[in-house]
Ligand binder design. Sequence first.
Ligand SMILES: [Zn+2]
Length: 167
Amino acid sequence: MTQPAANHSLAAERAWDAASAVPDPEIPCVTVAELGILRKVVVENGVAVAYVTPTYSGCPAVLAIELAIEAALLDAGFEARIERVMSPAWTTDWITPEGCEKLRAYGIAPPVKGSNSKMALFGETVVNCPRCGSSDTQKISEFGSTACKAHYTCRRCAEPFDYFKCI
Ligand SMILES: [Zn+2]
């Protein structure tokens, strides 16, 4: 995956490659770039600066993510700094199509695009089962394995699964 928009220096590209490969600590099947958490990496005077927008400000994984990105940049030979960008706020629309596919393969229903309204948080969205594809699903609880996910069950294949909530 290439960096969305940035300076095109070789160093910045290398720094992006290192940082973007970092897996999400909670969902290790997707990278921070695929989740859209890593916004860009610039290199200023030999220091790689990674711009990170956390999914949820209350998500305890934020610090772990930032440390992992910093470590990846250090490994790649850069001095590293993390800039936390809170605005614009992260939305599930920033998850790349590859990221959504990987979430589905991992058994997490990816967010339904364009449903990130307030109502979507209250179960108005039809969530398809990531295993059998059935839309006959039921929300069990607002919080799944992490605060970012809701817990669902599929009425067709009876499998419980997590849904990555839209925000
Ligand atoms: Zn199912």
